[in-house]
Design a binder for this molecule. Structure first.
Ligand SMILES: [Zn+2]
Length: 254
């Protein structure tokens, strides 16, 4: 499949399958899970569309830590507060936003589409996995995706995250806008946006490659109760780390 041209022809249409970790809305797509016969080891065999999960050489997540290149590299974000729309898509809790929030990475500029969560973190840094990660998913004018990962460690209660914890549907749901809540995605970010950067993929089927990954080196906190609340809904939803196959890992200098 010529993914690149599909992106160019119909970014919005492809986005529904590529950017959403949930192909469950489309019943033609096979069911996939995080364990057992439809688990990560088998994703690539569940469907021709999921082949990249098995044969791709630029898959995510990967081990982070010692970088090949140190560079003064930080992403810039301009996220705006707005209404909070939440969905439980059967794989993750996901919040979507009104248009207007952006991320700049080098010369590229992306629009923020959604943030979703994994417990534990998919990213492993110096061999350590964290209790949770937030993935902020962005798209540029041509349909290219960029993700910003923010790792959570257990610590202080996180007031902005609490809005999401409270609104998170326990069961698979349709997107719903939460009445009377204004959510500011920038409040989930660390103060310092020095990042690891590498070229990777969606971490869920169809494991589409060509995703520009950024993972903030500085972590944020959430309380044990907040992390437990999201974990109770999502379960373990982290794909194991994938081989790096010679890709370059760039780390922003502190
Ligand atoms: Zn994710």
């Amino acid at each position: 499949m010529k993914l690149r041209s599909l992106f160019l022809l119909a970014p919005a249409a492809l986005l529904l399958t590529a950017a959403s970790p949930n192909p469950g809305g489309n019943h033609a797509k096979p069911h996939w899970t995080y364990d057992g016969e439809a688990g990560p080891e088998h994703w690539g065999e569940l469907s021709e569309d999921f082949k990249a999960c098995k044969t791709g050489r630029m898959q995510s997540p990967i081990e982070l830590g010692v970088a090949d290149v140190e560079a003064k590299f930080a992403v810039r974000v301009a996220y705006r507060p707005g209404p909070l729309t939440v969905v439980n898509n059967g794989h993750t809790i996901q919040a979507t936003f009104a248009p207007g929030s952006t991320l700049s990475s080098g010369i590229s500029r992306y629009k923020l589409l959604q943030v979703h969560f994994h417990t534990p973190s998919e990213e492993v840094v110096y061999g350590i996995s964290y209790p949770m990660v937030a993935h902020f998913v962005h798209i540029d004018y041509a349909g290219n995706l960029a993700v910003l990962g923010v790792l959570f460690e257990e610590g202080a209660h996180n007031p902005e995250l609490e809005k999401l914890v409270k609104a998170a549907p326990r069961k698979e749901s349709e997107p719903e806008t939460v009445k009377g809540v204004t959510f500011d995605p920038s409040k989930l970010l660390p103060a310092n946006l020095s990042v690891y950067r590498y070229e990777g993929s969606l971490t869920t089927p169809p494991c589409t490659e060509g995703v520009r990954w950024h993972v903030a080196r500085q972590r944020v906190t959430a309380s044990a109760a907040q992390i437990a609340a999201l974990h109770a809904i999502m379960g373990d939803n982290a794909r194991p780390v994938q081989p790096i196959y010679g890709r370059v890992l760039v780390a922003g200098a502190d």
